[in-house]
Write a protein that binds this ligand. Structure first.
Ligand SMILES: NC(=O)c1ccc[n+]([C@@H]2O[C@H](COP(=O)([O-])OP(=O)(O)OC[C@H]3O[C@@H](n4cnc5c(N)ncnc54)[C@H](OP(=O)(O)O)[C@@H]3O)[C@@H](O)[C@H]2O)c1
Length: 251
């Protein structure tokens, strides 16, 4: 059965890998992003549409999701649009922190608003958010990223309960480091870096099996889940044992 799938951030990295996979499977796909030049790779394919959208702008994403739905339905929406910190700093970059919370958390709320309106009426659908392992603990040097992704986790957990009676599934994916353009500019070490094709296969499987919360890679997930449940005082003591590599002020 062919599905109608909307993917924010579908022009790069994880979102793009999912878009290519779903197109290959014969589904109808829309991707969105701010920079239209990133879409050129998919232009030649059939069954794909592009919306130039900033997910922080409520009206832009709202109208795009409705337009896609009116042209052929909406079964699955993946909120993958996101940005990170390429540098870990001891003193936060506050402007970047605001941008990250706006895009990575508010952007998910804006994306799911039209989808939930549509899916509650049709009494079916699947919401997927790409969170991060950084949501499990306050990651040093990138606190606002951790905070935004932890917000995504809780948002989706609540939606999953609220939307059960409308037959809407909600899946939160928390990847570790994945080799994408986002991580290419990282200045810090990236343990357990996962190849994009491996990451895509794991995400597709988690979506198909309608998992509520899926963390990968396995060992990184186990470590971080452990760190997330120990008393916070102990967590801080353990973190003192590590020497984190911070960027110099003017890197
Ligand atoms: N790569 C990793 O290691 C990793 C790990 C854990 C979680 N994640 C999460 O996975 C998601 C995808 O990351 P990625 O690695 O695939 O990054 P990526 O390759 O940089 O792709 C990010 C995508 O999001 C879009 N985007 C960014 N800001 C946007 C905005 N304001 N409005 C609309 N679209 C926007 C970008 O398009 P434009 O630039 O054209 O807007 C691009 O299509 C993010 O939410 C990220 O936090 C990534």
């Amino acid at each position: 059965m062919s599905l109608s799938i909307f993917i924010t951030g579908g022009t790069s990295g994880i979102g793009k890998a999912l878009a290519e996979y779903y197109l290959e499977q014969g589904h109808r796909v829309a991707v969105c992003g701010r920079d239209e030049t990133k879409f050129s790779f998919l232009k030649t394919q059939e069954n794909i549409s592009y919306y130039q959208v900033n997910v922080v702008n409520r009206d832009e994403i709202y109208n795009a999701v409705y337009d896609f739905h009116q042209k052929g339905g909406l079964d699955l929406i993946v909120a993958s649009a996101g940005v990170g910190f390429s540098r870990k700093t001891k003193i936060p970059d506050f402007q970047r922190s605001r941008d990250i919370v706006n895009i990575n958390l508010l952007g998910v709320i804006n994306t799911f608003e039209p989808a939930i309106e549509i899916m509650t009426k049709q009494k079916s659908g699947h919401l997927v958010a790409i969170s991060s392992v950084a949501s499990l603990c306050g990651f040093p040097g990138v606190s606002a990223y951790s905070a935004a992704k932890a917000g995504v986790n809780k948002l989706c957990e609540g939606y999953a309960v609220d939307l059960r009676e409308y037959n809407i599934d909600v899946t939160t994916i928390a990847p570790g480091f994945v080799d994408t353009p986002l991580t290419k500019t990282n200045h810090h070490p990236m343990p357990f870096l996962t190849d994009i094709d491996v990451a895509r296969d794991k995400i597709v499987k988690a979506i198909e099996s309608k998992k509520a919360f899926f963390v990968f890679p396995f060992f990184f997930g186990v470590m971080l889940r452990f760190l997330s449940i120990i008393p916070r005082g102990l967590y801080l003591k353990m973190m003192k044992l590590f020497k984190f590599k911070y960027a110099k002020p003017k890197d």
